[in-house]
Design a protein around this ligand. Structure first.
Ligand code: FEO
Length: 390
């Protein structure tokens, strides 16, 4: 893509990665992603905010071919998808200074071997003049690493937010508008990347809402020309409110666990509870993460493999624990052939979830009447705990 204008003095550069399907060798990218960088043209100085992932550095460098001077490179976040092309840009502009938060300095040196002498750290609230344009730096830790910061351009009312408010979405158009596809991609992104930092995000939103911005320009996905939509969505996702919803990630090897899952789904549905089962062999983990954004309860379903849970259930449970969704309750269901420690092992995997474990219902072989009765009792317990939830 060529550089695209957001306004007279700001160009969107960087790269659209249409074909990438996995991030961090973990996160599915069904819609690709983008690494947005922004050129800000002041009357006396020019700044480049963020860069691009190393495999796409050439795209950015081609966009900069006709840019004679860059005075400042702003690194809002040291992760390689935004900082990875910094060494190329520093080489092209030998007089440019790299601006970053104090915590980012060592990270940029460690991860990219940037010479320390090219780095100038900026304090929270510090401003840099580009002549008739100003960059104001807002430290916003943990969105998504401890060193992250946003940059505010008051003259054009643009907040550059890097990972915060981003979406892994490759699109040719510039603006998000109120497209529900963007909203869904942003929710998936929040669930996969931002959710573990929910409480810290609240602090950062409180900080940026004091700014008068008309656009939010993240470093992934389209630019928000109706920024209140994404900020309000984040307010909702990061709130303590949970929905009358149960998420059931599971795997079944010979059918018993699936019979139990289907039975429980039906019992919960009879109470009017929204239930979302996820066969982990047939869904990507992003769908599960999204469902966990506001669910009140997780029920983990697993068969027994060598006395423990199925390894893929083990991995998904570990991931759910690390994403720290605002769940309040959990339960474990499943099956075994001759003996099992699956329940204890799953329960030990979720210390971060701060949930009340309501029950463990495991059946030997195919479920019998007593197992279905236990599932009915579990559904009744969930209903009781969910009383009052919308
Ligand atoms: Fe888009 Fe945390 O990097």
């Amino acid at each position: 893509m060529k550089a695209r204008k957001i306004c007279d003095r700001v160009d969107l550069v960087g790269a659209v990665d249409w074909n990438r399907r996995l991030f961090d060798s973990l996160i599915p990218l069904p819609d690709g992603t983008s690494y947005n960088a922004y050129l800000v043209w002041g009357s006396t100085k020019t700044a480049l905010i963020d860069t691009a992932d190393p495999p796409m550095a050439d795209v950015l460098m081609r966009q900069l071919e006709h840019v004679k001077y860059v005075d400042y490179i702003v690194s809002q976040h040291a992760e390689q998808d935004h900082a990875g092309a910094i060494p190329h840009v520093l080489e092209k502009y030998p007089d440019a200074m790299l601006l970053c938060s104090p915590k980012a300095k060592d990270m940029l040196i460690d991860h990219l071997h940037v010479p320390g002498g090219r780095i100038k750290t900026v304090a929270d609230g510090e401003e840099i003049s580009l002549g008739d344009r100003t960059l104001k730096f807002i430290h916003t830790p943990w969105v998504h690493w401890p060193e992250t910061m946003c940059t505010y351009l008051p003259e054009d009312r643009i907040l550059f937010s890097c990972d915060l408010f981003g979406s892994h979405l490759a699109v040719s158009r510039l603006y998000a508008g109120d497209d529900p596809h963007v909203a869904e991609a942003a929710k998936r992104y929040y669930a996969e990347i931002m959710m573990p930092f929910r409480k810290l995000i609240k602090n950062n939103i409180a900080k940026i809402e004091k700014l008068d911005y008309g656009y939010i320009a993240p470093s992934h996905g389209p630019v928000y020309d109706k920024p209140e939509l994404i900020v309000n969505a984040y307010r909702e996702w990061t709130s303590d409110k949970v929905a009358n919803k149960v998420v059931v990630p599971y795997i079944s090897m010979h059918g018993s666990t699936e019979i139990m899952v289907n039975y429980l789904v039906s019992s919960l549905a009879e109470y009017g509870i929204d239930v979302q089962p996820f066969d982990l062999t047939a869904t990507d983990l992003g769908n599960l993460a999204m469902a966990l954004v506001d669910a009140a309860t997780i029920v983990i379903g697993t068969p027994t493999v060598h006395f423990g849970p199925h390894p893929n259930v083990f991995a998904a449970t570990h991931l759910a624990n690390s994403l720290k969704p605002k769940l309040r309750y959990a339960a474990i269901i499943g099956s075994y052939g001759w003996g099992t420690k699956a329940g204890e092992q799953i329960a030990a995997l979720i210390p971060n979830l701060k949930v009340e474990v309501l029950d463990t219902v495991l059946c030997k072989g195919l479920p019998r009447d007593e197992d279905f009765a236990n599932l009915d009792a579990l559904a009744a317990k969930v209903q009781e705990k969910h009383a009052g939830l919308a």
